[in-house]
Design a protein. Sequence first.
Length: 265
Amino acid sequence: MATLTWHGSSYPTQVLVLTGRSLRALLRTPALVFFSVLQPLIMLTLFSQIFGSITSTANFPPGMSYINFLLPAILVNTAMQSSLSSGIGLVQDMSNGVLARFRSLPIRPSTVLLARNLSDAVRTAFQLVLMIAFGLLVFGFRPDGGLVGTMAALGLALVVGWALSWVFIAIAAWVRKAELMQTVGFLAMFPLMFASSAFVPVTGLPGWLQAIAKVNPLTYAVDAARSLALGNPVTGVVGALVTSGVIAAIGAFFAVRGFRRPLSF
């Protein structure tokens, strides 16, 4: 009689099950869902009021409202900030013993990381949709690109956030300390956010900051998302997608390498 050997579930099934597990864990913490949604809405409100007066300056595009200028950038920034939670969540799973249990299962290590990445992408998509609705209802966000252009900008923001989450997952897999992970993440995010075209036109920045903004990859992502939302000639989208793909591939490689190291907790 032939002996049946169980070879484990397929790779897509493993990813699907683990992604569902991460999403259910998120939904079981309503406070976390609430504050993760509240944070970008507060950011949109504050920045729209603080920087709104720059519409009267010579460097600002004539005839454009500040909310139309700002919201596409906030989409990209929110996706970038959400990507940090991917790394923090991985560190927490390492410290509470969840990943130690996963290592005893017949699953590929990369499925754990991909599931973390995908579950955070779903959460980020929910945040971005609510932010667009908030901008439409409260601040009068009316981009010339219409719904199609706005959804394209949202999609681009998700791709950028997805790629950056691999970077933070890779960092988490190597540093394995929540405090260090947060410090490294914020040190990386704030220069990317503020030394870019996100909140003011690059021409309105001091000379030395303009030089940084022009080589800041977030500037190109923000400019591409803004062009899509505003219905302008789309430039930089292909570059943003290709760059995101390269970043994701490099981050995923080092994430898997770091994840395979023995746990030291």
